[in-house]
Design a protein. Structure first.
Length: 352
């Protein structure tokens, strides 16, 4: 390297002089996961790769719904913290009307007022913006809104040439640094190359090599299959299959699982609430609807119904730990105690 290239040499010298020596700031914080595996993890970059017209934007709405506190049975099995996280959603491809419809669904499954944007979710349409403008906006969005999760749908719009090695490598390096500097998870979405399952261009190659969480979507016999197989450093979750459901104007799960994240929690307090859910079913069962369970938990444990995310988290936990399950695959189906159900098909993995 030419020592006269002052900027590069100065940065390289600083890097070579700063070994990692402090273990006190180690963070592994799963923000959104599936089957006990992290997908959106704090300080990390995650990737969704899919062919066109495969429902990737709808999948984003389910992931955002989980991040806002929605239960896994309404979020394709994705599991969040059970309380609203701050999310910034930048869609570089779609018009604002399309984004608003998806954002409304995310808020609806999280029990939020869908008539207006919630304070936890900020959406932006970057359609028509130049690559340099979009790229420059990323650190500004992170600084201004301080999100737990930044979702960038259409990450290819951040570069002028998806096959330019220097430009693409630089953008990926920036995203990795932003995730660490701002202690957030950054999720990016990119298309596959036409007629292949390979992420588009050199940008896709770089993202595939560097991201932590990975989700690919592929069309197959009239359905869409989601998979983490062949991904990067994150753990693999079970494949799930979804299909378009006209009754709800989005996708529903054909098969999959909703597993509880192994996040730190007050085990003793949670156990008390789970025991109450069992008692509720014994007293009012054998069938109890979701809203009734939430209302009962709020009343019993003095939780404000206007902010019932804690009650919903406990219901999510009861589902994930196979204490309760839906009676059948209908979206409006009531819940039953798993102990009272001998049908193996109606376990916690059957969500729709």
């Amino acid at each position: 390297m030419d020592k006269n290239d002052t900027n590069i040499y100065t940065e390289a010298e600083a890097f070579a002089s700063s070994p990692l020596s402090d273990y006190s700031d180690i963070i592994f914080d799963i923000l959104v996961g599936r089957d006990g595996q992290g997908f959106a993890v704090r300080n990390e970059l995650s990737l969704i790769a899919a062919p066109k017209k495969s429902g990737k934007s709808h999948v984003c709405s389910f992931i955002v719904g989980a991040a806002l506190g929605g239960p896994p049975e309404d979020c394709l099995g994705f599991v969040g913290k059970g309380k609203p996280l701050k999310v910034v959603w930048l869609d570089a491809e779609q018009q604002k009307n399309s984004i608003n419809v998806l954002a409304q669904y995310s808020q609806r499954v999280a029990g939020m007022d869908e008539k207006k944007p919630d304070m936890h979710l900020k959406t932006f349409s970057g359609r028509g913006k130049k690559a340099d403008v979009l790229r420059a906006s990323i650190p500004l969005l992170l600084k201004k809104w301080a999100p737990d999760i930044l979702l960038i749908d259409g990450v290819a719009k951040l570069v002028r040439n998806i096959n330019d090695y220097d430009e693409c490598s630089s953008v990926v390096a920036e995203l990795l640094k932003y995730a660490e500097d701002h202690k957030c998870s950054i999720i990016v979405v990119i298309h596959f190359n036409p007629s292949s399952n390979k992420e588009r261009g050199h940008l896709g190659t770089e993202l595939g090599n560097e991201t932590y969480g990975y989700l690919s979507l592929r069309r197959q016999n009239g359905v869409v299959v989601g998979s983490s197989v062949g991904g990067t450093r994150g753990g693999e979750f079970k494949d799930f299959t979804m299909k378009w459901d006209k009754s709800i104007n989005t996708f529903s799960l054909v098969q999959g699982s909703a597993a509880h994240l192994g996040r730190p929690r007050d085990v003793e307090v949670d156990q008390t609430k789970l025991e109450y859910i069992r008692k509720l079913f014994i007293d009012e069962g054998p069938e109890v609807r979701y809203n009734r369970i939430v209302d009962a938990i709020c009343k019993k444990f003095d939780i404000d119904k206007k902010n019932a995310t804690e009650a919903k988290r406990v219901v999510t936990l009861a589902i994930a730990e196979s204490i309760i399950t839906k009676k059948d695959t209908r979206k409006t189906s009531p819940y039953i105690l798993t102990d009272n159900n001998d049908d193996d098909e109606n376990e916690a993995g059957t969500l729709f």
